[in-house]
Design a protein around this ligand. Structure first.
Ligand SMILES: Nc1nc2c(c(=O)[nH]1)N[C@H]1C(S)=C(S)[C@@H](COP(=O)(O)O)O[C@H]1N2
Ligand SMILES: [Mo]
Length: 324
């Protein structure tokens, strides 16, 4: 434990504690009581049930990527830069959403390398500047739907992950992609919190990673990515709950197994591997049928796959309860 644990003394209003965090507190309690054991977690993690239930899709407007548009393709207005950069989930810094921006403001993102390796013919380590040069970012306006039932509309700058994967030539044995975020507790005081298995890890099936909507984002609102949003490079997978979109990525590994993810390893029944946005499958502790758009009052209905129905074929024949 380093001496710098100043974040612990930041008072957190109960309204700012995320449902994700509430789970942890409860689990710590159960653990202290000896109720939750590794065995129970393992059993839950393995209890997936493939069925042949048909995929339910919802009509969706075809996406057209319009640079400089002021709404998403469904007509919803963009969230403001202020909103997008001051209401963040980034547990490496703090669980206080409005506290991330001030804590992350001096986060050092240069030099930065992204290692792309594993089951590929051409493993390569990219400096962030070269990566951006080789794969020029374009604007993508996406809805971001957090598992906590709030959402925003964000104009990202990014490039398709498929382009990077094609460049390293995945072998046919590569079935999944594993994303690892930076481990740097000196800069990220939240990483002193040992109840999380740092570094942040996520994963996608390779066809999900190759889907055209999946991007690596390096900016927003036409500017460099602010540290609180995952600078210098973060994943954005708009049809999945926000926690799948890892920030500050340093490793991309192609593997032949379903990777462990930070959230599914601590709460497999709440934050599963697939975690596709699905209004019909409640989180164990709250409904996912509607959401609160940041900056607006009231609630709006949550759309299947967050409104990106074009991804439905990826899940044909799969039980969409795999969400949790
Ligand atoms: N490394 C890392 N990536 C992360 C998180 C995190 O805590 N650490 N939080 C996730 C969650 S829960 C959400 S909702 C989004 C939030 O992205 P934003 O702050 O850019 O809106 O980032 C995701 N990526
Ligand atoms: Mo989230």
């Amino acid at each position: 434990m380093s001496k710098d644990n100043s974040f612990r003394t930041i008072p957190v209003r109960s309204s700012e504690i995320t449902p994700e965090q509430v789970y942890i507190n409860r689990r710590q309690f159960l653990k202290a009581m000896g109720i939750v054991g590794a065995g129970a977690l393992m059993a839950a993690a393995c209890a997936t049930s493939p069925t042949t239930q048909p995929v339910q899709t919802q009509a969706s407007t075809p996406l057209d990527f319009v640079p400089g548009a002021t709404t998403d393709e469904l007509g919803a207005p963009l969230n403001t830069y202020e909103e997008i950069t001051n209401y963040n989930n980034y547990y490496e810094f703090t669980t206080d959403k409005s506290g991330v921006a001030p804590m992350a403001k001096d986060f050092k993102t240069s030099p930065w390398q992204v290692e792309v390796y594993g089951l590929v013919n051409k493993p390569q380590t990219f400096g962030i500047e070269d990566l951006i040069k080789q794969f020029p970012p374009e604007e993508r306006i996406y809805r971001l739907r957090c598992v906590e039932a709030w959402s925003m509309v964000i104009p990202w700058m990014g490039f398709q992950l498929s382009k990077l994967l094609e460049a390293v030539e995945p072998k046919s044995s590569a079935k999944f992609v594993r994303f690892e975020s930076i481990l740097d507790p000196k800069q990220m005081p939240g990483q002193e919190d040992m109840q999380y298995p740092w570094p942040y890890q996520e994963g996608l099936r390779i066809d999900e990673a190759m889907q055209r909507l999946t991007i690596l984002a390096t900016g927003l609102y036409g500017k460099e990515m602010p540290p609180q949003n995952g600078s210098p490079i973060r994943l954005v997978v708009p049809w999945k709950y926000g926690f799948k979109s890892s920030k500050a990525i340093v490793k991309i590994e192609l593997v032949d197994y379903q990777p462990k993810t930070l959230w599914s390893s601590i709460a497999p029944n709440e934050y599963g591997f697939y975690s596709n946005v699905n209004p019909n499958v409640s989180h164990p502790r709250w409904s996912q049928a509607s959401e609160r758009r940041i900056g607006e009052s009231g609630r709006i209905p949550t759309l299947m796959f967050n409104g990106y129905g074009e991804v439905a074929p990826l899940y044909e024949g799969m039980d969409l309860k795999e969400n949790y």
